[in-house]
Design a protein around this ligand. Structure first.
Ligand SMILES: Nc1ncnc2c1ncn2[C@@H]1O[C@H](COP(=O)(O)OP(=O)(O)OP(=O)(O)O)[C@@H](O)[C@H]1O
Length: 275
């Protein structure tokens, strides 16, 4: 069983699983159409994915290891060039207009290397000076709840605080879109919750958040919409709630695991009639 799926993975997915790919375009801040990335050696990391990110939303990209999430984020943040396809970020084309795009987006890596001997405030001030945004330092310290830590040296901070400083440095230049790569990996439960509050606060500030995470509970709590990619193909573009409802599950994690089982052909028969 599952051969149909495997066949499908080679080319077109059935309409049913793609779900609703059409949506209002007017709020779109990122548009991807038929995006391909083929690495040297012929590895097809992305095989024609298409989706939109709407302005002001928290958007999450999900998929198993090797699905193509990082490749997508790197292309959107102008780190990698696409092989083929249309990629528009804030009205500018990747890779032709990446200089413009870089001025308006910020990518916060998992392992942010702040200046070890500078304080929290000095680190943020440094990034603010790069963006000529010194007047934003106070606001960002407050937004990230870093006021009480502002004098501490970066090297002495806990993992959770380092992540908060990373985000502070990433947003002090007033970006329209922030790419967050696994922002809560390795954090204790309290720091994770704090990070979720901060991500919600960024959304309140009208920043569009593109979140790459392996934590399904995080996506369920935070994301307005999710895309699921699998072996370089887009499988779903939906909301966490819709995905949960579709699989009649009690959580996004359960629905996602069910979807993965279907894609591997393990319980194809069960929902075969759906397709
Ligand atoms: N620089 C590269 N050169 C060749 N192949 C690559 C390169 N980077 C990624 N790949 C391959 O492209 C595919 C997609 O990788 P990618 O890192 O985008 O997946 P991912 O979904 O982010 O995975 P993970 O969850 O493990 O981070 C994988 O098969 C990976 O091995």
């Amino acid at each position: 069983m599952g051969n149909l799926w495997r066949k499908a993975l080679g080319f077109n997915f059935p309409k049913r699983i793609i779900g609703s790919l059409t949506h209002a375009n007017y709020m779109s801040i990122i548009t991807i159409e038929d995006l391909w990335k083929v690495y040297k050696g012929g590895i097809e990391a992305l095989r024609g994915i298409s989706f939109n990110v709407n302005e002001g939303e928290i958007f999450t990209i999900l998929g198993p290891n090797g699905a193509g999430k990082t490749t997508t984020v790197k292309i959107l943040s102008c780190v990698l060039k696409p092989t083929k396809g249309k990629v528009i970020v804030l009205g500018y084309e990747v890779p032709k207009e990446c200089k413009k795009i870089r001025e308006m987006v910020s990518s916060v890596p998992q392992e942010f290397q702040g200046f070890a001997d500078l304080s929290v405030r000095e680190n943020i001030e440094y990034f603010a000076s790069l963006y000529k945004a010194k007047n934003k330092v106070e606001e960002v310290l407050e937004l990230l709840d870093l006021k009480e830590h502002e004098k501490k040296r970066f090297r002495n901070l806990s993992g959770g605080l380092k992540r908060r400083v990373a985000i502070a440095c990433g947003i002090v230049g007033n970006p329209k879109i922030v790419f967050l790569d696994e922002p809560t990996v390795g954090l204790d439960p309290e720091s994770r919750r704090k990070m979720w509050d901060i991500i919600r606060a960024l959304k309140e500030k009208k920043i569009t958040i593109f979140l790459a995470t392996h934590y399904l509970d995080e996506a369920e709590k935070l994301a307005d919409r999710v895309v699921v990619i699998y072996k370089g193909k887009m499988i779903k573009e939906t909301s966490p709630r819709e995905l949960v409802n579709e699989f009649n599950s009690s959580s996004l994690e359960d629905a996602y695991l069910e979807l993965m089982r279907e894609l591997r052909g393990e319980n194809f028969e069960k929902r075969n009639s759906d397709y």
